[in-house]
Design a protein around this ligand. Structure first.
Ligand SMILES: [Fe+2]
Length: 269
């Protein structure tokens, strides 16, 4: 499986504090069936001053340590990008990294406050040739009163990323409710771990993938954990699932768990 959202790089944000933790996170991810992972530290002006050069350098350093420790996890450069007025310019200049240099980037809106004109801002980013992937909308506290904003962002062309722990219920009932609503409405493009450590918010997608397969069918679970993340890393065009015509919901009728083996073994690509 391919995990496009992780805070595995040591010392860059509120994720892994040191190399030992990063290696343990990588081991856990691999044991759970993750083969490829985007390293996406927060980029938040004034709080986490990360940018492409220091993120790329940290990815290279961790790649070397993974090689030394014989942990088969392929890493990619990325970022968990927070709202900033100069974001379109910084993306264009390449100082804020997209996912593996593609048109796609993780876009994390403020957790507790809906910024005014968020849709206009997203439209500007899309107009500039980028595709924002809205991170875990199901966890935003303002989703309750503003679900229509999420719908419109999706219609505009933003992709949607669910967090694995939301789908399994680990983030509580509200996050689970909106995960299932978004899944049932066919709006979810990818699932990712957003891992921050080896115990709390640990890596791994398999439990969420099983839950998604039960709800939406195995094919869609595969699309969210392998096929679309792969297309994103390769910068292939993707139409947000929420913009496509009606998609089936409900579990597949036969072999609900049987086909999932392909997700959990190494080399799913
Ligand atoms: Fe994150």
């Amino acid at each position: 499986m391919i995990d496009l959202h992780s805070h595995i790089l040591p010392g860059l944000d509120d994720g892994s504090p040191d190399l030992a933790m990063s290696l343990e996170m990588a081991r856990l991810a691999v044991a759970d069936g993750t083969t490829h992972m985007a390293c996406t530290p927060h980029v938040m002006p004034g709080v986490y001053e990360n940018a492409t050069p220091n993120i790329a350098e940290a990815v290279q350093a961790l790649e070397l340590e993974l090689y030394r420790a014989a942990i088969p996890l392929t890493l990619y450069v990325g970022a968990d990008v927070h709202l900033a007025p100069d974001l379109p310019d910084r993306l264009r200049l390449g100082t804020v990294p997209t996912l593996n240099g593609s048109r796609y980037f993780l876009f994390e809106p403020p957790h507790h406050i809906l910024p005014p004109r968020l849709e206009d801002f997203a439209a500007r980013l899309i107009g500039a040739g980028f595709v924002p992937i809205l991170t875990h909308p199901e966890r935003l506290t303002w989703i309750k009163a503003n679900y229509d904003v999420i719908e419109r962002l999706n219609t505009l062309g933003c992709l949607i990323q669910l967090t694995a722990d939301s789908v399994t219920g680990a983030f509580g009932r509200t996050a689970l409710y909106y995960s299932e609503k978004l899944l049932d409405e066919g709006r979810v493009d990818i699932v990712a771990s957003d891992t921050h450590g080896a115990s709390r918010r640990r890596p791994g997608l398999s439990q969420a993938v099983v839950a998604i397969a039960n709800r939406c069918g195995e094919d869609e679970a595969y699309n969210m954990a392998v096929k679309r993340p792969d297309a994103i890393l390769q910068d292939r065009p993707l139409v947000p699932i929420g913009k496509q015509s009606a998609r089936k919901s409900g579990g597949s009728s036969a072999g609900r768990f049987g086909g999932l083996g392909r997700l959990f073994k190494s080399g799913a690509l």
